[in-house]
Design a binder for this molecule. Structure first.
Ligand code: NAD
Length: 385
């Protein structure tokens, strides 16, 4: 069958400093009156919710805050939130925070109308009906969750990680205000920023890559390559925060269209088996996966080094492609990402289990530019130690 291009994303995107003040008005336009706000305690405590709550109050929108989200969330958090939102009679779900809060918010919205438990819907297109309308407000420049149809959960008791992937999970509004990311500490800026870069690189080299996803991935790579060190080391730099949030949104849109690859599959297994935060896992693995994929993605890698402005135009494709991998490793070092899985205290004896678990993450494995089997996964992991 010929390749057919489909692209979906949030219904509306608003981006800019101070955009959070438009929230009340936007919810009014959606004809909603009672918001279920999903966040984590950390961002509530540093006052990140104040602007949004003021905006809701100004427009007479009622709200209730569920600030119980923990990193790499369990599906039970979504069940708990949905129970509360249903009891309250909320008519819109607003997720504010990193990917963990946004993902739980998306799941709550579909649980309210579909019933059941979040874990029932983990898989591809298992959600029968649309959920409540949603607004997604990212406060990390990383996951791009505001733009994707995925909500990722960690099932710690089963030592597995999986996503609800449904067309009903695209948000009605992605509201991005770079000012909300000014408070991100350097370490979270670095790991979440590398997550965004991984989305862009893997979407760009995915077997599902297409002209639309390439357009977004290229811009994301060039923005993140340029501004991630600045955002990490000089967090109050508004231009760097603005460009990083745009890079992360574009990475999310590219991944929504083209998917991701083996780095994500391996990162999922590190998260599931050892609770390594998603961004950190991607950051440590990315250069190793890129080296494994080199021959299958040579032209695209060469283009990455041009997008990152690190080679002259006349440089050979082979040389430029190699330089892209080196540049990503050196970017990681510059922003303090650990170099190896050993530094994350992962035992080498886990390689076999990690490789096996990653091969069960089907879609990223299928999208990877080079065919990858257990031997390949083991080889990447060995390199990463
Ligand atoms: P996170 O949401 O887990 O947050 C990490 C920490 O950052 C938290 O302690 C939080 O309080 C803090 N934080 C967030 N914003 C802050 C701010 N502005 N200032 C200060 N502190 C702030 O981290 P994340 O990396 O954004 O999300 C990770 C989750 O997203 C994982 O579960 C991962 O699997 C998932 N994910 C989802 C998608 C998707 O498409 N849905 C894509 C990638 C990753």
């Amino acid at each position: 069958m010929k390749k057919i291009l489909t692209h979906q994303g949030p219904q509306k995107i608003i981006f800019g400093d101070g955009a959070i003040r438009l929230l009340g008005q936007e919810i009014g336009l959606l004809e909603r009156r009672y918001a279920f706000v999903v966040a984590d305690r950390g961002i509530k405590e540093i006052g990140l919710l104040e602007g949004m709550l003021e905006s809701l109050e100004e427009k007479g929108i009622r709200y209730i805050v569920f600030a119980e989200i923990t990193p790499e969330p369990s599906p039970q958090l979504a069940d708990q939130g949905a129970h509360m939102a249903r009891k309250e009679g909320c008519d819109i779900v607003v997720g504010i925070g990193g990917g963990s809060s946004l993902d739980v918010a998306k799941a709550i919205a579909i649980l309210i109308t579909n019933g059941g438990m979040a874990e029932d819907y983990i898989g591809l297109e298992l959600v029968p009906r649309p959920g409540l309308p949603t607004v997604m407000i990212p406060t990390t420049a990383g996951t791009g969750s505001e733009a994707t149809f995925t909500a990722v959960f960690t099932m710690r008791e089963k030592k597995s990680k999986g996503g609800i992937n449904s067309r009903f999970m695209y948000s009605n509004l992605a509201l991005l205000d770079p000012e909300l990311t000014l408070s991100l500490p350097p370490a979270i800026t670095a790991t979440t920023g590398m997550d965004a870069l991984t989305h862009a690189v893997e979407a760009f080299t995915s077997l599902q890559a297409n002209p639309l996803s390439d357009l977004m991935a290229r811009e994301a790579i060039s923005l993140i390559g340029k501004f991630l060190p600045l955002a990490t080391h000089n967090g109050e730099n508004r231009e760097a925060r603005n460009k990083m949030l745009m890079g992360s949104l574009l990475g999310g849109l590219a991944l929504a269209s083209a998917g991701v690859g083996a780095c994500h599959a391996l990162a999922y297994s590190l998260g599931a088996l050892f609770d390594v935060p998603h961004g950190l896992a991607n950051a440590v693995l990315l250069p190793h996966v890129m080296r494994f994929n080199m021959d299958a993605a040579l032209e695209k890698y060469a283009e990455i080094s041009r997008l990152m402005n690190i080679v002259e135009m006349e440089e050979s494709v082979d040389r430029a492609a190699q330089t892209a991998v080196d540049a990503i490793s050196s970017l990681s070092r510059k922003i303090g990402i650990p170099r190896s899985l050993g530094e994350l205290n992962i035992p080498e004896s886990a390689i076999d289990d990690l490789a096996e678990a990653s091969l069960t993450v089907k879609r990223p494995i299928e999208n990877n530019p080079r065919n990858i089997d257990k031997e390949g996964a083991v080889a990447i992991l060995r390199e990463a130690f």
